[in-house]
Design a protein. Structure first.
Ligand SMILES: NC(=O)c1ccc[n+]([C@@H]2O[C@H](COP(=O)([O-])OP(=O)(O)OC[C@H]3O[C@@H](n4cnc5c(N)ncnc54)[C@H](O)[C@@H]3O)[C@@H](O)[C@H]2O)c1
Length: 393
């Protein structure tokens, strides 16, 4: 079969714009042409484009006009505007996580700890509604770039659920490291919250996804979240925090430690921990405890490869694994980190949707349930962990 030709464009020129580009280049089932990029940082966009031999567009609209698919790799506050603009032009959009959120009241002195979280929940869901409405009126679709859904270990668990009719009783998972590189990640007004949304969205969405898979496989009906209880803390902003230089600690108004306890409509559970206080590299894992099996999905670190290096300098030109503080001694060196993280798999799958109409695993409704659970969790945290009902999509 001849591969379909699809033109694509990237919005943003930072960290995620880079790994999206690399993952798109690995696509084999669709003939993808990366036409260009656009970013509000015109210098950064020009450098990004030059390095990759693509065109830097001078406006979002001109990029959207020139492509079939738009990758939204901006900070969360711009996801709705970019996604809706692409959908209104009948284009597909591949939107980074989180789908959208609540980014404050626009005032200069907005502070993430000094507003009613019910406002955040209501406003975030209004934003979700606008995106979904734009999708419903569009010939394009929103594909939600939650790489945890596409990680090989999560997709293997999907196969187990589908073929054995398992009932998941409890999922627990974590995403953590020692702090994001992003300057915007420090301000609620740019990210829609702190670690609970920024990192918590990953294992949470994987848990929501697996319960959907379970329900669809057994009864043709997804199992949705019902309530969430949560706590959120700011450990590195405590007066008593002792900075030794290993953990990022210059956040303005966001949480850096969070726990969400989700109860699904069938009474089963998921617990998600997310934090910015863990040294030793990325700590991303998810475990499924089902009635007929147990699965431990080790994402990072994992032991696919381990290296022992007696002299730090020996590995100076060698990429070992994300966010590790030292390359000396034993390390869980990743032979292909992007693969374990699901980046190439998600792009391959998204372009099968764009080109050949395959239903996506990670869509706007999964993203919407994730946002709804997250902001209900912030409301619960404000109420010191009282259970809050989750609206589902
Ligand atoms: N899935 C993952 O593993 C993963 C990892 C990192 C980041 N992310 C997500 O990717 C998104 C971007 O994060 P990042 O780390 O790439 O940030 P970044 O700061 O490295 O890059 C953001 C880029 O967006 C541009 N930008 C900002 N506002 C814009 C606007 N209104 N229009 C166009 N361009 C705009 C900036 O100039 C910059 O080039 C976030 O939503 C983040 O949560 C996902």
């Amino acid at each position: 079969m001849e591969k379909k030709h699809v033109r694509t464009g990237i919005v943003g020129s930072g960290f995620s714009a880079s790994f999206h580009f690399e993952a798109v280049r690995k696509i084999y089932g669709t003939d993808v042409e990366i036409v260009g990029n656009y970013s509000v940082d015109t210098e950064g966009a020009a450098a990004y484009a030059k390095q990759r031999g693509i065109k830097a567009f001078d406006s979002l609209e001109s990029l959207i006009d020139a492509v079939d698919v738009v990758h939204c790799c901006t900070p969360p506050y711009a996801h709705e505007a970019v996604s809706v603009a692409a959908l209104e032009a009948d284009k597909f959009v591949i939107c980074e996580k989180p789908l959208t959120g609540y980014f404050g009241d626009g005032s200069g002195d907005f502070h993430g700890e000094r507003f009613a979280k019910q406002i955040a929940l209501d406003t975030a869901l209004e934003s979700v509604d606008r995106i979904i409405e734009a999708e419903q009126n569009s010939k394009g679709r929103l594909l939600y770039a939650e790489n945890w859904v596409y990680m090989p270990s999560i997709q293997k668990e999907r196969e187990i659920l589908e073929k054995t009719g398992a009932q998941i009783l409890w999922i627990h998972g974590e995403e953590a490291h020692s702090g994001s590189h992003s300057k915007d990640y420090a301000y609620w007004s740019r990210c829609g919250g702190g670690v609970l949304i920024g990192k918590g969205c990953h294992p949470l969405t994987a848990a929501l996804y697996l319960k959907r898979v379970e329900g669809n496989a057994r009864d043709g009906k997804p199992i949705r979240p019902k309530t969430v209880s949560a706590r959120a803390h700011s450990l590195t902003r405590m007066d008593s925090f002792r900075d030794e230089g290993h953990i990022r600690c210059n956040y303005y108004d966001i949480d850096d430690f969070s726990i969400m306890h989700v109860e699904f409509e069938d009474g089963t559970l998921a617990d998600v921990i997310a934090s910015d206080i863990v040294v030793g590299g990325i700590h991303n894992w998810l475990e499924v405890c089902a009635n007929n099996h147990r699965a431990v999905c080790n994402i990072n670190p994992n032991t696919a490869m381990q290296t022992y290096n007696p002299v730090e300098a020996n590995f100076k030109d060698i990429y070992v694994v994300e966010k590790i503080e030292t390359k000396q001694g034993w390390a869980c060196t990743s032979p292909d980190e992007d693969w374990f993280t699901g980046y190439p798999q998600e792009m391959e799958a998204f372009y099968r949707t764009v080109a050949y109409g395959e239903p996506p695993q990670s869509d706007s409704l999964l993203a919407a349930d994730s946002i709804s659970t997250i902001y209900s969790a912030y409301l619960s945290a404000e109420r010191k962990g009282a259970a809050v009902d989750v609206r589902t999509y």
